[in-house]
Design a protein around this ligand. Structure first.
Ligand SMILES: Nc1ncnc2c1ncn2[C@@H]1O[C@H](COP(=O)(O)OP(=O)(O)OP(=O)(O)O)[C@@H](O)[C@H]1O
Ligand SMILES: [Mg+2]
Length: 222
């Protein structure tokens, strides 16, 4: 279970997140929506332990966020900006990140993860991949250590619709079958509506909340 209690974040005088509280249960896919600059990436970075909140407390399965070292073993993160070794092949990137992870994976398992993400360019250098393919590789990397909490910041930008649906179904299964918690941001409301069980709308503007309520989605009050 992920618990966020009275979380705030200021960057200097700019108040980005104000007093946010919510609880996510195992097996839930949570959407995070809001306009540009609303604070979606900031919240995900805090959940990924990469930024400190100004105020508030967080825990994942009763583990406090002060315990970063152990917590990071339970968290997978796909940042909004693609983070890969461009000169290395897909295989070399997967092996590199596997070494940094806390679990051992065979090459067959690593390759299968890429195939699950609809990426079949195992021997090709990353610099020769398309934008969407790099995103697929980033998602595969985030799954190497089999995290309990998966944080995805606009992971499907540039990914073709068919692959997007397939990746979406894969993520849904991860949540449903293995009890993973997934927090997902996207500006694609169709994707949010089809993928997410419940949705957090951040920012003052009621536009997204109204739109998603009209579509029959359950909004998490923060
Ligand atoms: N490191 C930083 N230092 C100062 N201000 C920052 C920093 N990171 C983000 N901000 C500011 O915080 C606000 C929220 O940014 P954030 O990237 O979290 O928004 P977002 O909801 O992810 O937007 P987008 O939809 O464009 O990705 C913005 O006003 C941004 O300028
Ligand atoms: Mg963002």
């Amino acid at each position: 279970m992920l618990k966020v209690h009275n979380l705030s974040k200021n960057y200097g005088a700019r108040k980005v997140l104000r007093d946010i509280s919510f609880i996510v249960n195992p097996g839930e896919v949570i959407g995070l929506v809001g306009e540009n600059g609303a604070g979606k990436s900031t919240l995900l970075q805090i959940l990924a332990t990469l930024q400190k909140p100004t105020n508030g407390s967080l825990s994942l399965y009763e583990r406090n966020f002060e315990d970063k070292k152990n917590l990071r073993k339970q968290i997978g993160f796909v940042p909004q900006e693609i983070a890969l070794w461009d000169e290395f092949t897909v295989e070399e990137n997967m092996v590199f990140f596997e070494k940094l992870a806390w679990t051992n994976r065979t090459k067959t398992q690593l390759k299968q993860l890429c195939l699950d993400m609809k990426l079949d360019r195992w021997k090709d250098p990353v610099k020769s991949l398309s934008g969407g393919m790099k995103r697929k590789l980033n998602i595969a990397i985030s799954l190497i250590h089999d995290p309990d909490l998966l944080l995805l910041d606009e992971p499907t930008v540039g990914i073709d619709l068919k692959s997007r649906k397939e990746i979406g179904n894969y993520l849904k299964r991860l949540a449903m079958d293995e009890g993973k918690i997934i927090v997902y941001t996207s500006h694609d409301m169709d994707e949010i509506i089809s993928l997410c069980d419940r949705i957090i709308c951040i920012g003052e503007d009621p536009f997204y909340k109204n739109l998603l309520e009209e579509a029959g989605k359950s909004i998490i009050p923060v």
